[in-house]
Design a binder for this molecule. Structure first.
Ligand code: FE2
Length: 333
């Protein structure tokens, strides 16, 4: 074998190209990988694929924690009080300047327009509670940009603290009552937006858990074998991080829940995560066409790689912070 051919064969094996392995009588085909490489430089995350796509510039916006409200929210003040007081004054991420979360959101959208972003990826906690006034304001601002966007909920968007009901019930209720327009007619729990040959796949894991229909939908997206970016609020478990990386975290559950009293909500699930959540986790980290995961929740920028798949968590947009995600084709000679 020529050196160049050997190197190519070695590198495609490493990248997960279709390689057959024999275990007993079973022949297992490893998934084709569309990933090449990725780089994080400041707030610019560049993702390279070997698939033929049109380049796309995506603004990743998460955890704005908008809390504006009006008289329609008066009846819910006892449930919104604590979070209405949070993130009102923030230090702009580029200077010492103080700004509100509304101002942070506005500046980000202005920047997205200026930079001719192709897509806005909103990964939850855009709202600190499901205020109708805040949803209307955010939608108006988003529509003014003329840039297509996807939104997936975070654990605060639908949560009125102290209100009766399980997390799942509160999510269902407030999604239907106030958040619905954010989904632009799509299913709030799982959806896909296609742009420039890339699938942006939204999975709502704001209760930390994955439902069977979400797992089935995700598997369909993998089957397409088209390059995709996964958008979720809560990051997937990566060893070395704390319980904030709580989706499929093996220690997540009733015993590790520290904040149920302050957030006035039901405790996390007794006995930990469901089998479906763990299956979803395995499915994600075996997806050959998954270029990257974009998440929020922790309010701190981090980048981790598991099984060749990068998971980028962006810091909170209450400070005006965003990550510019640049997706391009790159094939190594
Ligand atoms: Fe948040």
């Amino acid at each position: 074998m020529k050196r160049r051919t050997f190197l190519y064969a070695a590198s495609i094996a490493g990248l997960g190209f279709p390689v057959s392995t024999k275990a007993g009588n079973r022949i297992t085909k490893l998934p084709v990988s569309l990933r090449e490489t990725c780089t994080l430089d400041g707030n610019v995350f560049s993702v390279y694929t070997n698939a033929k796509i049109e380049p796309a510039k995506v603004f990743h916006i998460t955890d704005t924690h908008l809390s504006l409200d009006d008289e329609r929210g008066d009846a819910y003040k006892q449930f919104s009080k604590r979070m209405a007081g949070a993130y009102r004054h923030n230090k702009f991420w580029k200077s010492e300047e103080q700004l509100s979360s509304q101002e942070g959101f506005k500046r980000t959208l202005e920047e997205a327009k200026k930079q001719k972003a192709d897509f806005l990826a909103l990964t939850g906690d855009i709202f600190s509670f499901p205020s109708q006034a805040a949803v209307e304001w955010a939608l108006e601002e988003l529509n003014k940009t003329g840039i297509p966007f996807a939104y997936v909920a975070g654990n605060h968007d639908w949560h009125y603290e102290g209100m009766k009901g399980s997390s799942k019930q509160l999510r269902d209720t407030w999604t239907m009552k106030h958040l619905k327009p954010m989904y632009q007619g799509k299913n709030p729990l799982f959806s896909m937006y296609k742009l420039n040959g890339i699938r942006f796949v939204c999975i709502d894991n704001s209760t930390y858990e994955i439902l069977p229909e979400q797992l089935a939908f995700y598997k369909e997206q993998v089957k397409s074998n088209e390059p995709m970016i996964l958008l979720m609020h809560i990051p997937l478990f990566i060893p070395g991080h704390n319980i904030d990386f709580g989706c499929a975290h093996p220690e997540w559950g009733e015993k590790s829940d520290q904040n149920f009293e302050i957030e006035r909500r039901e405790k996390w699930r007794t006995g930990g995560h469901t089998k479906v959540t763990f299956s979803f986790y395995d499915e994600v980290f075996n997806s050959g066409n998954l270029l990257a995961i974009l998440a929020g929740h922790t309010h701190r920028t981090t980048l981790d790689v598991k099984k060749d798949i990068p998971q980028l968590v962006s810091a909170h947009n209450a400070t005006g912070f965003y990550t510019e995600v640049s997706i391009k084709t790159y094939v190594q000679d």
